[in-house]
Write a protein that binds this ligand. Structure first.
Ligand SMILES: [Zn+2]
Length: 82
């Protein structure tokens, strides 16, 4: 496991509670492995450009690109209570 420090989650955007029809309810949080439930407070964590060649090129050049992100619980990313 990588060693992280307080404030690692700074800059993430807290999303509104998951609505009952949100697509993420069929998934689980990659950090705690618990299935998302309606009302959970989450955030998006950027992974990177994924396998898109154009996105990879833009990332290499330090330019904005459309990347791949995952949903995770706000508390799992920041340590903060929701
Ligand atoms: Zn979690």
């Amino acid at each position: 496991m990588p060693r992280l420090y307080p404030g690692h989650g700074a800059g993430y955007r807290k999303l509104p509670p998951l609505p009952a029809d949100h697509w993420a309810l069929a998934e689980w949080c990659p950090a705690c492995k618990k299935v998302f439930e309606a009302g959970d407070i989450t955030t998006m964590v950027l992974i990177g450009p994924g396998d898109d060649p154009e996105a990879r090129r833009l990332a290499r050049e330090g330019k904005a690109y459309t990347g791949v992100a995952i949903v995770a619980h706000w508390a799992c990313v920041t340590g903060e209570d929701p």
